[in-house]
Every structure is written in structure tokens, then in C-alpha cells.
Write a protein that binds this ligand. Structure first.
Ligand SMILES: NC(=O)CC[C@H](N)C(=O)O
Length: 304
């Protein structure tokens, strides 16, 4: 799409002029001190072109966007057996809620809330130590992005361990129901490091190409699994804000509390946005508005 350059420039300008930018995540100290007004967007299209606007060189931790890559990897390891331990329904609750876990006997609603992602990471530790599991995860995203420079930010992982009491509560609760095989400390150590994978928007958009089924990119997952991951991104990718995101944007998407969002226009483009200020659901405020504008200006909504 030839007009994409000017469209992205226009969106970046509009985002800078928005009266509000939201608040950076406050429960992870390393994220709390990041300026919430920053903004970047990158779009990789089916013909292999990359378009950007804003701070497209600035790296951020992908946080919960990593749940998409972890899910793809886990399905490769354990296949559909995963769905015995994790559901495929939206939770309608905050990303770190413990509420449904007791009612549903330690089986998380879906793989994109924290509890579900912790189970997914547990499966990645079968037969290996955390270092190896993280190595496998990094290899996967590097291969997806065709970029070996992608790394983990250890300071953010460490900072999250320091304030991770809620995630420890979720892990221990699931362990009590037999839905965690490995020790909570090992699973969460791995999970926090996977959340601290650092990328800029170009790297993230490239890493998402396999989900958009773009031609001539590494196809790391079968078409059937790509379809299902996209379905879960629509229904669960933004926690209790998933309905709002589908309504406003109309693309499969996954957000992270670092302010990144990966959005997929199937067959057309892989899109990454970043703006650290969050809305009430804990999803990037300007990132969501930017995607809403992009979908409106391109007509890329999957709902026509
Ligand atoms: N929404 C998110 O991005 C949450 C990820 C974050 N690492 C956490 O576990 O709290």
C-alpha cells in the first residue's frame, strides 16, 4: 500500500497531539520511570516493505506480547494437550486476576492472561532448565524476526521478580491444584525473563509476520495453529479490554504492559505499536488509538 508512509506519519502526529497518554506501568519499577508520551509504529506488508513513524529504533520490553510466542512454542512442544490445562475463553478480568482460578480449580481461562501464560511457560520447562527454555524462546523470536540481535533486558526481569508477589500467588495457587509441574520459582524466573525480551517496533512487527501468513517469511507454525492463535488474540489478547479493542480496531492483537501491541492484518501486514502510557485495562492508550486510526484509514479490520 503506497499511501502507508504518509498514513503512519499522520498517525504519529495525531498521537503527539492527544491530550492524554495514560500512565506507565507502576508495579514494575523499571517500567514506572519510562516517559509515557513516547510513540512508535511499524508496519511490515505482504510485499516485504517496512514502514515506520515515531521512535522506531527505541527498544522496549515486550512483556505480555511474549505470551503469543510462548504459546506458539508450547503448542509445538505439547500440541493440543495444552488445552487440558488452559482454556480458550475470554476472562473478562484483569490480566493478573486470581478470581476465576479458585472457581475453576486452577485452570486458567486462556493462555494470554498471566495465569494461563504461567502454565504455558511451565510446559516449556519440560525436560530442560530455565536457561535452555529461554534460549529456545529467544531462538524462536529471532528466527521469526530474522534478527539475531534480539536480547533480554535482565534489569527489567530482576525488577519484576522483586515485585512479583501476585504472579507468585497465581503460580502457587495453580500448583496446589496440580496445574504446575515445575517449581513456581523456576517457572516465574523463566516467565519474567521472557516478558523482558526487548525489541523495537520494527523487530516486533517482523517477529509477528508468521501470524499474518505473509509470503516469503519463516513459517514457524502450521496454518491451523496460526488461525487459532489469531482467534485467541481477538477474543483474549487485551484481557478485559478485548471487546473494546475488537470493537475499535477489529484486528487480532496482543498487548503488553510495557506499552507494546502486536496487531495482525491476516494476509496483509504485521503491525507493532509502542507507547508506554496505559489505559484502564493496562493496554497502551496511544497504541490502541493509533491502531484504531490505522484500521480506519486502511480498511484492514477483519470484520469488513
Ligand atoms: N500485561 C502484561 O504485560 C503483564 C506482564 C508482566 N510481566 C506481569 O506478569 O505482570
Amino acid at each position: 500500500m503506497t499511501m502507508l508512509g504518509p498514513i503512519l506519519a499522520q498517525i504519529a502526529e495525531e498521537m503527539a497531539a492527544l491530550p492524554e497518554s495514560g500512565v506507565s506501568a507502576d508495579y514494575i519499577l523499571e517500567l514506572a520511570r519510562i516517559d509515557p508520551d513516547q510513540f512508535a509504529i511499524a508496519v511490515v506488508t505482504a510485499d516485504g516493505q517496512t514502514f515506520t513513524a515515531g521512535l522506531s529504533d527505541t527498544a522496549f520490553t515486550i512483556q505480555s506480547v511474549s505470551k503469543v510466542f510462548a504459546l506458539a512454542l508450547s503448542l509445538g512442544h505439547v500440541g493440543d494437550a495444552l488445552w487440558q490445562r488452559v482454556g480458550v475463553e475470554p476472562s473478562g478480568q484483569r490480566f493478573d486476576s486470581i478470581l476465576q482460578l479458585e472457581q475453576e480449580r486452577g485452570r486458567p481461562r486462556n493462555p494470554f492472561i498471566n495465569a494461563g501464560a504461567i502454565v504455558v511457560t511451565d510446559t516449556l520447562l519440560d525436560g530442560c532448565v530455565p536457561r535452555e527454555a529461554l534460549g529456545g524462546m529467544l531462538r524462536f523470536v529471532r528466527e521469526a524476526a530474522e534478527d539475531d540481535s534480539i536480547l533480554i533486558d535482565p534489569a527489567v526481569a530482576k525488577s519484576e521478580i522483586a515485585t512479583g508477589a501476585r504472579n507468585f500467588a497465581l503460580a502457587h495457587y495453580m500448583k496446589s491444584h496440580g496445574n504446575l509441574v515445575h517449581a513456581p520459582e523456576l517457572v516465574l524466573g523463566t516467565y519474567f525473563h521472557q516478558c523482558a525480551i526487548e525489541m523495537n517496533v520494527v523487530q516486533l512487527a517482523r517477529a509477528g509476520r508468521f501470524l499474518a501468513s505473509l509470503p516469503d517469511v519463516p513459517q514457524l507454525v502450521s496454518p491451523e495453529r496460526v488461525r487459532r492463535i489469531n482467534a485467541l488474540m481477538v477474543t483474549c489478547g487485551h484481557y478485559d479490554g478485548s471487546g473494546d479493542f475488537a470493537f475499535r480496531v477489529g484486528l487480532p492483537g496482543k498487548s503488553g504492559v510495557g506499552g507494546g501491541i502486536l496487531a495482525i492484518a491476516p494476509g496483509r501486514a504485521s503491525i507493532a505499536v509502542w507507547s508506554p502510557g496505559l489505559n484502564v485495562y493496562g493496554n497502551s492508550l496511544r497504541g490502541t488509538v493509533a491502531l484504531e486510526r490505522l484500521a480506519a484509514l486502511t480498511g484492514w479490520s477483519v470484520f469488513g
